[in-house]
Design a protein around this ligand. Structure first.
Ligand SMILES: NC(=O)C1=CN([C@@H]2O[C@H](COP(=O)(O)OP(=O)(O)OC[C@H]3O[C@@H](n4cnc5c(N)ncnc54)[C@H](O)[C@@H]3O)[C@@H](O)[C@H]2O)C=CC1
Ligand SMILES: CC(C)CC(=O)C(=O)O
Ligand SMILES: [Mg+2]
Length: 357
């Protein structure tokens, strides 16, 4: 089969980790006789420097006309002083909204051989950890009205509106229940219903949809407690469903279950099979250009692409097995190395994984 993939490398370590993932896809293509056709387009700071806009129309058009999108990361100090709607991060929101990708799957799985890299205590880690965060991706605070106004008593003020419709909550809830049905049949909905009106609607809607899934056990946690429970007792979680900003924060926290944010992949999905696949981490300006970024989050993201957008489960498993073997054989990038281990570069880790495919 022939698959068209839009490639958006972005900024910082984005190009480094995307190059690794593209090599992995090429190798899978050769092995299983698929043609992956890559079209590179720009978004983020690099697009701003080239065209004066972080999300050129062509980028959205190519993304829309592709079977899937592979993205690295956007942003960095060079563009931090741009107005909010012109920042690289706004381009990412534009892509997610423009492609209708409302469901963000972020699976935090601890590979057995990385137990030492996980900062949680051995008795918490023992027996493995596997939590799926299902994050609503096109609503909430990041997309609500925002702006500045003068207040009478406090002067200049800035605001961001947090708004959710029942429809937005229903569709992400269904995705999460469907996932839970295929996994451990436990769903935790995370909100702040003791304070926020949008969270009260969230909880009521989740309760209503739950009636369609009697085989899944549902519980609710406030986000502050959920953040604490994720490190105190992560085994209580199977699937977590939550709104956009809570999911952004909780998934970075959940990345420590895997040992490093450099390990956590993601899939962003909408109504059809088209998805955008990207590591959960950002552009990591502190290590950009040094060739030491962990490419595994992005490589595992293309495994998710094969599974969710192309229905190629065997090929996806091949990548997962290749990554697992690299780790079992003791290969480590700096973020997952413990004291005495030899540290590999991005390219060296990629070569090891390619050798295992
Ligand atoms: N999806 C995206 O494009 C995202 C973009 N950002 C942007 O990225 C920039 C940097 O944001 P930060 O808050 O520093 O978050 P970050 O995720 O880029 O980095 C946080 C820490 O994790 C480390 N790290 C991240 N990925 C790694 C990898 N693959 N291997 C090894 N270590 C890794 C970094 O070196 C850093 O110490 C900002 O401009 C931010 O807005 C942040 C998050 C997501
Ligand atoms: C717009 C992004 C920078 C938000 C983010 O951190 C993420 O999606 O993980
Ligand atoms: Mg984030």
């Amino acid at each position: 089969m022939n698959y068209k993939i839009a490639v958006i490398k972005g900024d910082g370590i984005g190009p480094e980790v995307v190059d690794s993932a593209v090599e992995v896809l090429q190798s899978i293509g050769k092995k299983y006789n698929h043609t992956f056709e890559f079209e590179e387009v720009l978004a983020g700071g690099i697009a701003y420097d080239a065209y004066g806009t972080t999300l050129p129309e062509k980028t959205l058009e190519v993304a829309n006309n592709s079977d899937a999108v592979l993205l690295g990361a956007v942003g960095g100090p060079k563009w931090d002083d741009l107005p909010g709607d012109q920042r690289p991060e706004a381009a990412l929101l534009g892509l997610r909204k423009g492609l209708g990708l409302y469901a963000n799957l972020r699976p935090a799985i601890l590979f057995d051989s990385l137990a030492d890299a996980c900062p949680l205590r051995p008795e918490i880690v023992e027996g493995g950890l596997d939590v799926l965060v299902v994050r609503e991706l096109t609503g909430g605070l990041y997309f609500g009205e925002k702006g500045y106004k003068e207040t009478e008593d406090m002067g200049k003020a800035a605001y961001d509106v947090l708004i959710y419709s029942e429809k937005e909550i229903e569709r992400i809830t269904r995705v999460a229940f469907d996932m839970a049905q295929k996994r451990g049949k436990v769903l935790t909905s995370v909100d702040k219903a003791n304070i926020l009106e949008s969270s009260r609607l969230w909880r009521k809607t989740v309760e209503r949809i739950a009636k369609e899934y009697p085989d899944v056990s549902l519980n609710h946690l406030y986000v502050d407690n959920a953040a604490m429970q994720l490190v105190r007792n992560p085994k209580q979680f199977d699937v977590i469903v939550t709104e956009n900003m809570f999911g952004d924060i909780l998934s970075d926290e959940a990345s420590m279950i895997t040992g490093s944010i450099g390990m956590l992949p993601s899939a962003s999905l909408g109504e059809n099979n088209k998805g955008m696949y990207e590591p959960v981490h950002g552009s990591a300006p502190d290590i950009a250009g040094q060739g030491k970024a962990n490419p595994i989050a992005t490589i595992m993201s293309v495994a998710m692409m094969l599974k969710y957008s192309f229905n190629l489960s065997e090929e996806a498993e091949n990548i997962e097995t290749a990554v697992r073997k690299a780790l079992d054989d003791g290969h480590r990038t700096s973020d997952i190395a413990t004291k005495d281990e030899k540290v590999l570069s991005t390219k060296e880790m990629t070569q090891i994984i390619l050798g295992n495919i």
